[in-house]
Write a protein that binds this ligand. Sequence first.
Ligand code: ADP
Ligand code: MG
Length: 248
Amino acid sequence: MTDLTTASMIAMQGVNKWFGDFQVLTDINLTVRAGEKIVLCGPSGSGKSTLIRCINHLEPYQKGQIIVDGTRLVENAGVIDAIRREVGMVFQQFNLFPHLTVLENCVLAPMRSRGVSRAQAEATARRLLDRVKILNQAGKFPAQLSGGQQQRVAIARALCMEPKVMLFDEPTSALDPEMVKEVLDTMVGLAEDGMTMICVTHEMGFARQVADRVIFMASGAIVEEGPPQEFFRNPSHERTRKFLGEIL
Ligand code: ADP
Ligand code: MG
């Protein structure tokens, strides 16, 4: 029999987290297979960002365990670095380095933390910037780009580390409406190429198109999950119905 823990790309088992006295995550159990695409949704403040930030240890957790590609996430700098190299993250606010050009944003981490040569890092960066259709902006600084372009750079930058998993935290929420599609199209392409993804988003068209499972969180717990067809057609919990009624 296959060991579920090692066969999965991400396994969160009984994860609990507190901010002081406030319990932000309660008994989170989530297993993500290699190549699986998860859309995570739920009301503001329900713990979505905190959940995905735990996976690459941007937040510590106090109880339970998280296993990424067979490695148990423990409080050890070497282990945390190793997991962060496998897990790319894209944020709502892009978080590009403002003082570096697009190309330099992309080569920095591979050179520093993967020990890749400049020539090789630049070749990879150019290939991935081309893939997100922004290679012609490689010499510009972030402030010279639109929000949609900056977010595509952020995706390319994360891909330059050759991650096995990509985490997206509301990547289109800060964008003007006309730029949402170019970023979602980039994410759809990544999904079609087989990337393992957890996407926090309220873009339900995207969820229908690419998600294997949609997960709904409320008050720090997973309330309901299912394939998009079922999830949208027949949500079983009142909180899910209320949420979908508000966003759809
Ligand atoms: P979501 O991404 O679903 O909007 P978050 O994970 O950002 O939710 O936040 C979940 C809850 O935890 C919220 O009530 C928020 O105020 C609280 N929270 C988030 N970060 C911190 C922090 N660093 N310290 C204390 N409380 C926090
Ligand atoms: Mg959030």
